[in-house]
Design a protein around this ligand. Structure first.
Ligand code: HEM
Length: 180
């Protein structure tokens, strides 16, 4: 998985816990890469799992909560780093629908060694979007956090229903606008 996913994670730990905490979890996680990530490098996705597990042991916060919080944080970083993907996009549902077709596809052009997850979208009715996440990496909690970050970024009032079809690796999210 691309180094940016790891560097952003370590930045979040720096900011939300402390740089000392980051050093401790990198040491504890005993990473094949040694934890020296570059944004364009490619690393085993298992390292993010080792880092999160170490952070959970260090802080006492549940792994799923940390991964979700990371997804939420990551969305804010994407907003800052990739303003071109947000130009003219009116709302969260429109944005989410474009992730697979416009954003992850661009990521693959930029980095041929990337393999983003499958995010199949469906709009069964107005104001409702189904996002079906599939990836062997099992990072549905990251996807969940990203979706929540996206909804808050666009300041929308939605209800998110999550169904784990296969825990963590195949998950269906229903994002439904609340009517006023
Ligand atoms: C501006 C918006 C976005 C950008 C620039 C972006 C970019 C990326 C990049 C670079 C990766 C690493 C791919 C790799 O190394 O193989 C990735 C992975 C991922 N993306 Fe996105 N993404 C964006 C939005 C989203 C959104 C909104 C979701 C959720 C619905 C999402 C879900 C994921 C997940 C869960 C992964 C982890 C890999 C996996 O689960 O297999 N992304 N994305």
């Amino acid at each position: 998985m691309k180094g940016v996913i790891f560097t952003e994670f370590l930045d979040m730990v720096d900011a939300q816990f402390s740089p000392e905490c980051t050093e401790r979890i990198v040491a504890k996680a005993d990473l094949p890469s040694g934890g020296a990530y570059t944004a364009v490098g490619n690393y085993d996705h298992g390292e993010i799992v080792s880092l999160v597990t170490a952070l959970s042991e260090e802080t006492g916060v549940e792994v799923a909560d940390l991964v979700h919080a990371y997804g939420y944080y990551l969305f804010g970083r994407f907003v800052a780093a990739y303003p071109q993907f947000f130009k003219g996009v009116p709302d969260a549902l429109t944005f989410l629908q474009a992730v697979e077709t416009h954003i992850h596809s661009e990521v693959c052009k930029l980095y041929p060694d990337a393999s983003p997850p499958e995010l199949r979208c469906e709009t069964p009715e107005r104001g409702v979007l189904i996002v079906e996440y599939r990836s062997d990496r099992g990072l549905a909690d990251v996807a969940h956090g990203l979706i929540c970050g996206c909804v808050d970024h666009f300041d929308e009032d939605v209800k998110i229903k999550r169904d784990d079809l296969v825990a963590g690796t195949h998950v269906r999210f229903e994002i439904r606008r609340r009517s006023h």
